[in-house]
Each structure stands twice: as C-alpha cells, then as structure tokens.
Design a protein around this ligand. Structure first.
Ligand code: PLP
Length: 377
C-alpha cells in the first residue's frame, strides 16, 4: 500500500489490539487499573498496572507517534507535565536554550527547573546567531516553540536542529500551535515534538493532556518515559479516549481554523483601530518565508493583534465581544480572545495592548462581524 496520509492515520491509528471477538469499531474505554496474568505468569497484551501502561494510553500513544511520524510517544496528564519530563530527562548542571515569551514554559524553567539545577537561557530562537552565541559546553537541549505563543514568532526548525546536532545537543519543538497537520517537526530535524494536547489535539476544550513524540526510541526517551511512568505523570484512560476521539477530526478542524485565521489576520491588519497583527500567514510577518517553508496547508489558528492604546483599550475590545468568548486557553472549535497582559506578571514583556485570538471553526464572516463591532470606538 502507498504511504498513508495524516487524515487516514488520524482516524485509524492507535487501534487497540484485539481483546474480544466482534470488536467495536471505536476503541472502548478500559478503566481497569489491574490486569490479570495468564497461568504462565505472562501478561498477554503487556498491561500489568495502569501507571505503567493501559490499553487506552497504548492506543493514544500509537496514534500520537503515527501523527507526528515518530518512533515512540508518551502521553502525560498535561502539556506542562510533558514539558517537565522533557527537561527532567536532562541532568542537573545541563544547559537549555529555549524560546522566550511563553509564560507557562518560562515559569516551569525558572521556578521549578532552575532550582533543580538546570541552567536556562531564554531568547528569541528566531535569531540563529543569538542561539549559536548562547551555546555552552553544557548545552544539551535547544527547545523551540514555533509559531510562539503569544508573540507569534517563527523559529527555523531545520536550522536549529542542525545547530543543536553539530553541538551534540538535542532539539525539541513545542508544536502545540502548529499541530502535526501543519508542521512535521520530526521530519524537519527535531528529535522530539511536544504538544499541549489540551489545545488542538483534543480540540473541544474538555480535556487536559500533554504529549512527547520522539524521532528515536532511545535512551533519552527511556528517561522521559521514566518520569511519565515511575514519576506517575500519566494520562488517564478516559482522557486518552477523549483525546483519541478528538484527534480523528484534527485535520478538518485545524485546516478550517487556519483558513479562518488567515482571513481574520488580513482583516485585522487593515483595520483602522488595529496597530498591527502578528500572524505568520501575513506576508509582512518577519517569519513568513520560514513558516511558509516549514508549514503546509496554513499557518495555524492562533494570532495576536495590538490595538491602538493600552490595556484599557484592549480590555474594552474583549468586553464588547458577543460571539467570541473571553477565555485563556486555545485550540478549541470555538473562537476565544485573551488579554495576555492580565494573565502574565508585570514586566513579562507581552505588550499591554496585545490580544490573542484562538480562531475556531465558526463561519469566518460571523467572527469578523463580531470583531468589527468590538473594535469600534
Ligand atoms: C504552547 C504551549 N505549550 C505548553 C502548554 C502547557 O500545556 P498545559 O496547559 O496542557 O499544561 C501550553 C498551555 O497553554 C501551551 O500553549
């Protein structure tokens, strides 16, 4: 059979091995935590105790590996737990270079992992010379988020992987905003892809999850798995089932979200009450050419825009939204708007007049009409 496309993989990969005759078409939820040994002492399907592995997690991890084109995957209780496992697979004393600007990862690195012994440099990983200059003999990981949230900066995955590999370091990509539909980080050279599955993979704002997918099922990934299984940062069977259900429509959702986001970005970029719009799909975006090279089928459903004025004017826009919901998370089928300055601590660096939109699958004309009325002064 010829190479199977992502849309087909999303529906069929990670199917559970046969347990019963007359199987259901969709993977059932198996909540059992304790699995019976056969008389010979073996576990027929390899499941013994739920923390180590369970049928729904095995299925979901199989689907994740297929979607990202990786050799192995690990599903965590949240994107943050996946991020923690990635960094904790390093050693205290190691050095990490990571994309600056995302509050969640910054908080993890500064508040939890720096005291644990990790040395961290946060910078704009879109600037390759800055990354080269920050390398030290202890640098073991270059961690990028592209497109980045909420500044929508673009980093060149292939170039950064080359820099990291030449230095004997690994390169990992938080691909949450791009999804495997639009960006295949492993094929571009990354060793690991990370997702907050809470966002687009689940897609319905009803489940938290995280995922790490590895290009090689190697010693490093065994350490990641140890933090997942021995450390207990696992995704529950029900949540795996919800995520696998959501992922079946991933390609349809994400393509619609990206198409809507492109139209909205063009509308916002030309709006008299908008100072600027940050979206890699706009030709004026400094990372457009790189994004066009490393993303296929769109630039994602996430965009930010700066209104004229400051915090008051920005919050005024969110207050007037009628259809678009005010909410902090992203990646669901519904469009949400967030004033990041209200979430992040003072001085974090996100402009006070920035609003982030997570574009859903509604009709784009309805979204534009809502934004247009909300932007009127
Ligand atoms: C790009 C990105 N990575 C990681 C995370 C952390 O994921 P979670 O909230 O599932 O812990 C988030 C959450 O906002 C995110 O947007």
């Amino acid at each position: 059979m010829s190479k199977i496309h992502l849309e087909t993989l999303a529906v069929h990969s990670g199917e559970m091995p046969s347990i019963h005759e007359n199987e259901p078409i969709t993977t059932p939820i198996i909540l059992g935590t304790n699995f019976e040994r056969h008389a010979d002492g073996e576990y027929k399907h390899g499941w013994s105790y739920t923390r180590a592995a369970n049928p729904n997690r095995t299925s979901w991890e199989g689907a994740l590996a297929a979607l990202e084109g990786g050799k192995a995957a690990a599903a965590f209780s949240s994107g943050s737990a996946a991020t923690m496992a990635l960094f904790q697979a390093l050693q205290p004393g190691d050095h990490v270079i990571a994309t600056a600007g995302f509050y969640g990862t910054t908080k993890i690195l500064k508040e939890l992992l720096a005291p644990w012994g990790l040395n961290v440099t946060l910078l704009d990983t879109g600037k390759l010379d800055a990354v080269r200059a920050a390398l030290t003999p202890q640098t073991k990981l270059v961690f990028v988020e592209t497109p980045s949230n909420p500044l929508m900066r673009v980093s060149d995955i292939a170039a950064l992987a080359e820099i990291a590999h030449k230095h004997g370091a690994r390169m990992a990509c938080d691909s949450t905003a791009a999804t495997p539909v639009l960006q295949r980080s492993l094929a571009l050279g990354a060793d690991l892809a990370l997702h907050s599955a809470t966002k687009y993979l689940g897609g319905h704002s009803d489940v938290a999850g995280g995922a790490l997918i590895a290009d090689q099922d190697d010693e490093f990934f065994a350490k990641v798995r140890a933090w997942q299984t021995t450390g207990g940062a696992i995704q529950s069977p029900f949540d795996c089932w919800l995520l696998q259900r959501g992922a079946k429509t991933l390609a349809l959702r994400v393509r619609q979200q990206a198409a809507n986001a492109q139209t909205i970005a063009e509308f916002l970029a030309g709006h008299k009450n908008v100072q600027s719009c940050l979206y890699a799909g706009l030709k004026s975006h400094p990372g457009h050419d790189i994004a066009a090279r490393q993303m296929q089928g769109g630039f994602g459903g996430l965009l930010s825009f700066l209104v004229h004025g400051g915090q008051k004017e920005a919050l005024g826009v969110t207050a007037k939204c009628k259809l678009i919901r005010r909410a902090t998370s992203l990646g669901g089928v519904e469009t949400t708007i967030d004033h990041r300055g209200s979430v992040e601590p003072p001085g974090f660096g996100t402009p006070e007049n920035l609003l982030r939109l997570s574009v859903g699958i509604e009709h784009v004309d309805d979204l534009i009409a809502d934004l247009d009325q909300a932007l009127q002064r």
